[in-house]
Design a binder for this molecule. Structure first.
Ligand code: SAM
Length: 447
């Protein structure tokens, strides 16, 4: 989500001030730090990076330094108290106001702070996204109203707010027009999407998927992230009726212990989670599953952790984003006794990560010899003589190819499984070639 927000900031500053991106802070007129406060460690990094930028500003006094994202939303003016050389502070919902704040800083040499939540205006004030490549993120909703006891997101990004349906479709049609073939629908809980249409109807997430899949040119659909309580039967059925929807599902469970799930205020049991996975696997037996896990939540015992491991074994996860619990200010869990020792937390995390890594290795081995649909993204990073793309279950595959394949779906026979990627050979390329961008007018198949 932050990556997406950052690219929108770059688009915005390009259209308002003609700014171009640079990866080197020393070359920049303005440096922006887009922050995350989900865990404490990310938050700590903010001030150490700001310290380095301060040294650059000492040599280049006109350098404008801005801090955005959730740490900015949480700390507001406090950031400037601790780092007085920071010129502007904005939250996730006010990033569209950066150009105005920049003018204020440049014209009046004053500091600007805006961390309010005017969510309705944001998307109306951003230019159409500029595309770089064949895949794109599309933000469809913001914020979260689930109030899990450990999580800071509802307080930093606000409650759930869905972008209007027509706007989402228009943005994706525009992306298809620029050669995008795969979209990843973004939000804290995308399956909580409830977007209004121009005539006042509400479109829910599963229905949105049908419409997006129908856009000419868009042939692969992903979404990040969903919440199990909003995993409706309509969404399960989408796996039967929408071939564009990848056979990979990221559905964060957090823990396999019902006692911990209750303390986390997740709203489901481990048995319910397993039943959602089973229902999806009725339509897609080979679907690869991934999840977020929080290890060492206050009060987690060895028995609770064993239940998490039991669930891990029954689902056979392919990937995880797993972290030690981080106490967040202002959340209900902050008041719980954080009584699991660091040693236990680290040991449990390592057991879980090794188990999931082993199962990912096994899944990669099982893919050897199979045919996989791969969207060709460009030359391989390690060997530019080779080309590279991703399978539906998000593995990088390298193979012999050429530039003409970029943006096409090809069938690749997997020949070797390596620890972080696969190798393969192209068996067949798409019959339909992607029309040249200039004369490509995407149409909606049934909207
Ligand atoms: N909406 C999804 C859900 O909760 O089902 C995930 C969105 S959340 C912002 C991303 C992930 O950050 C969570 O799934 C959780 O694993 C992790 N996370 C959030 N708060 C955390 C905390 N206090 N300590 C450790 N991990 C945390």
């Amino acid at each position: 989500m932050n990556e997406y927000d950052s690219s929108r900031m770059a688009d915005l500053l390009n259209s308002s001030h003609g700014y171009e991106r640079t990866e080197r802070a020393e070359e920049a007129d303005m440096v922006l730090l887009n922050t995350c406060s989900v865990r404490e460690k990310a938050q700590e990094k903010v001030f150490s990076l700001l310290g380095r930028w301060r040294e650059i500003k000492e040599k280049k006094e006109n350098l404008v330094i801005g801090v955005g994202g959730c740490v900015a939303s949480q700390e507001g003016k406090m950031i400037m108290q601790r780092a007085p050389y920071v010129d502007m502070v904005f939250g996730p919902q006010t990033l569209h106001r950066i150009p105005r704040m920049l003018d204020e800083v440049l014209d009046e040499r004053s500091q600007a702070v805006d961390i309010s939540f005017p969510e309705i205006e944001k998307f109306d004030n951003l230019p159409p996204p500029r595309v770089d490549g064949v895949k794109a993120f599309v933000s469809i909703m913001e914020g979260c109203s689930k109030y899990c006891s450990f999580c800071v997101v509802p307080y930093t990004r606000g409650t759930e707010f869905s972008r209007p349906f027509d706007d989402v479709i228009e943005e994706i049609v525009g992306l298809a027009d620029q050669g995008v073939r795969e979209v990843n629908l973004l939000g804290q809980n995308v399956n909580g999407y409830r977007g209004l249409t121009h005539d006042g109807r509400t479109v829910e997430f599963a229905e949105l998927l049908h419409y997006v899949a129908a856009i000419e040119g868009i042939d692969r659909l992903r979404y990040t992230t969903s919440h199990p309580v909003d995993f409706t039967d309509d969404l399960v059925d989408a796996y039967a009726s929408i071939p564009e929807l990848v056979s990979h599902l990221h559905l964060p469970v957090q823990s396999g212990s019902d006692r911990i799930l209750r303390l986390m205020k997740r709203g489901y049991t481990s048995a319910e989670y397993l039943s959602w996975v089973e229902k999806v696997r009725r339509h897609r037996p080979d679907i690869s599953m991934s999840s977020d896990f929080i290890i060492g939540f206050p009060g987690e015992t060895d028995q609770d952790f064993e239940e998490t491991m039991k669930l891990v074994d029954s689902v056979n996860f392919d990937h995880s984003f797993s972290f030690i619990y981080s106490r967040r200010p202002g959340t209900p869990a902050e008041l719980l006794d954080d009584n699991v020792t660091l040693e236990d937390k680290k040991r449990r995390l390592s057991v879980l990560q090794k188990r999931i890594l082993n199962s990912a290795g096994r899944i990669s081995e099982q893919m050897v010899g199979t045919l996989q649909q791969v969207l060709v993204e460009g030359p391989s990073r390690k060997d530019p003589a080779q080309y590279s793309g991703r399978t539906e279950n998000n593995r990088v595959v390298n193979f012999d190819g050429d530039e003409s394949l970029v943006g096409q779906f090809v069938e690749v026979r997997i020949t070797e499984a390596l620890p972080n990627s696969l190798r393969g050979a192209i068996m067949s390329a798409e019959l339909k070639t992607v029309p040249a961008i200039d004369n490509f007018t995407p149409t909606l198949k049934f909207v």
